[in-house]
Design a binder for this molecule. Sequence first.
Ligand code: NDP
Ligand code: GDR
Length: 356
Amino acid sequence: MTETKPTESSALKKALISGITGQDGSYLTEFLLGKGYEVHGIIRRSSNFNTQRLEHIYIDPHNSSARMKLHYGDLTDASALRKWVDSICPDEVYNLGAQSHVGVSFENPDYTADVVATGALRLLEAVRVHIETTGRQVKYYQAGSSEMYGATPPPQDESTLFHPRSPYAVSKVAAHWYTVNYREAYGLFACNGILFNHESPRRGENFVTRKITRAVGRIKIGLQKKVYLGNLKASRDWGFAGDYVEAMWLMLQQEKPDDYVVATEDSHTVEEFLEAAFGYVGLDWKDHVEIDPRYFRPSEVDNLRGSSEKIRSLLGWKPKVDFQQLVAMMVESDLERAKREKVLADNGYIASHQQP
Ligand code: NDP
Ligand code: GDR
């Protein structure tokens, strides 16, 4: 295995993050700001603000102390990616941007491939050309996924065969190999993090854990009665997103680039998540869950459980939050949110089915 040692200090480094407005982007930004980085993020133009997850750390760019800067761009736009890499001159690039919903990828397969697979290639190419023309060192992180293992049974580690089961997962496999190829062909310092599912109170609301904890909060507070779900038998290795962004950063602080699995090594079914989340507020999930076939996928990934021995032993990473703590953190946060919604609904400011 590769010899890995921490290298230079991180003071005053610049990071460029695609997907900064997402769950991981927001935790990574907080983490890097805490390490003294200047953090630049690529955001998509949207008809509504899409920076809610960054609001608590946002400082007006006119203020000279602002160290987070946002730029319009898109992984489908190679010219924008080149422009930002060339003008920002980052030390580290984190490619977190993606159409990241597995179910949606069956409905939008071309778009998913364009953003997830070709988007990674575009960003790698922007970094490669920048290095070639400036002679600077730029390190690249690729957000790989346990979905790449798909049908291959657990435990899954760095040597496990990929057998992707969705357009999203196939696209992530392509992005993985583009990253390996740029490392081998051009000597790029490029790492693949193969991250198993990681969740938080900032998780998108149409992923199963957050869908469940949102429903638990709203059901407990009397704003809804039921939640509609698909396959409850699938197992996932669920960790806390805040722990996982540290792993991304650690990979780029080593002497040599490499690929690492990041996982808790503990796996639970969706049903077990339901039991823990509803149980936390004294409810029985069976009274509130209905199955809706629309949430079943054309091909499912049944069982993911990572083996993260490599990153634990070589980089000293380990998760700090376990399954029960994760469920508690998410339910408590969504319970508080539901209480605020109830005040608004009771006073006629929103309808009870609306979210503020
Ligand atoms: P999210 O879905 O929360 O965030 C995705 C981010 O990508 C958002 O900032 C989104 O912008 C942005 N984005 C979407 N399309 C484009 C585009 N065309 N161009 C530029 N940016 C785009 O994902 P997570 O934070 O959970 O995940 C981060 C990365 O890690 C993703 O690549 C995901 O596939 C991968 N991953 C996630 C895991 C997990 O369990 N969370 C596990 C393994 C891998 P907007 O806010 O405008 O929608
Ligand atoms: P996943 O996460 O597909 O593992 O991808 P998701 O939470 O969407 O699904 C997990 C499992 O739950 C089942 N499920 C449902 N899923 C959703 N979204 N909605 C439902 O109503 C529902 N009912 C049951 C799914 O079938 C599945 O088996 C996530 C994403 O973050 C990816 O970007 C990332 O790469 C992988 O995790 C690792």
